[in-house]
Ligand binder design. Sequence first.
Ligand SMILES: C[S@@+](CC[C@H](N)C(=O)[O-])C[C@H]1O[C@@H](n2cnc3c(N)ncnc32)[C@H](O)[C@@H]1O
Length: 390
Amino acid sequence: MLIPLELVELSAAEAAHEARVVAAIRAALDAAGGWLPFSRFMQLALYAPGLGYYAAGAHKLGPGGDYVTAPELSPVFARCLASQCAEVLATLGGGDILEVGAGSGALAVELLAELARQRQLPARYRILETSPELRARQQAALAVLSGALRARIDWLDRPPPTPFEGVVLANEVLDALPVERFRIRGGRVEARGVTWSGGRFEWAAGPADAALEAAVGALGVPLAEGYESELCAMLGAWLAAVTAPLGAGVALLVDYGLVRASYYEPGREGGTLACFHRQRCHHDPFVNIGLQDLTAWVDFTRVAEAGLAAGLAVAGYTTQAHFLLANGFERHVAALRSSLDAGREPVAAGAALRLVLPGDMGERFKCIALARRYQAPLAGFALRDFAATL
Ligand SMILES: C[S@@+](CC[C@H](N)C(=O)[O-])C[C@H]1O[C@@H](n2cnc3c(N)ncnc32)[C@H](O)[C@@H]1O
């Protein structure tokens, strides 16, 4: 449960780190003439080398961090995902898995262990991770696996240079890609960017931006005067890059998000940008800079369009609940329960249930499958497939 309201006070070391991140962003702001697009601010706050939230030492994921992701919450998430991967690998007669943005490594650990149990291991398990700090955590987490399993794993800074067949996985990565922020004003699209004023960063309208105006126009949704939201302009290039080496197989992307018509509906006029710090959720990106996560919900219609542009077909789109239930959720929960003692078993079962409860992660999170040279049906979309709503 995330607690809104008051912010957590920073330690002296955290405040000093924030001051360094602020100085780096201010230098970029000054070099750009006093105004930055929000996407540039978000890029620096999250990924500036050695400084940004994902590039430096913030604890980030897990109960002691800023937010908890599905693989952190329960091993059942990874085990269900493993069932889907096993099906694809079996259909292809083997292949690799490329996990993009592996966080603490929790997904990789459980996924590999389950694929070993199901006797459907990938030839290689490759992790594309841009954060040096998270890469080190992943290496420590994966040390629990046997030497034979660990020998299949390697880390990459960029997508593999040579083609492979198999699966591309990304859980909660799309929401961490920098977004543009915009507002409708006087019937036109206004870029909402960042300036420095009164000793802090502030929102500020930017110069007219034909590319942003065209991107908002291309959404094809009516937006009222004053409507403010965001769009992920870099999504197409990012998706094309991470799926480029996939010769045949499926990309499975899981995240919180909506189809476009819902994403930009009238009731959501404040957009979906959110900040996470020590299990608190708020909407001010200009505090705790470099120490808090910044995210925006995913427009899954944009993901589908980006997939088509990259030569992929939409092979399924459903809620996380339907995806997990169709991939043996109940069987995996039963197996987990039977492996635990009576004291831990109810807690573990309760955590697993959160993955599928409609009021928790079950409906907020969606799974989309994008396929290349892969025609077989995917078990995860057999219960419900909402691809027609994209
Ligand atoms: C919210 S965390 C999710 C981690 C993990 N997948 C999970 O579910 O627990 C986002 C992850 O994406 C990574 N990431 C962010 N931008 C990336 C990019 N452009 N390419 C690859 N990884 C990226 C981060 O370093 C981090 O590991």
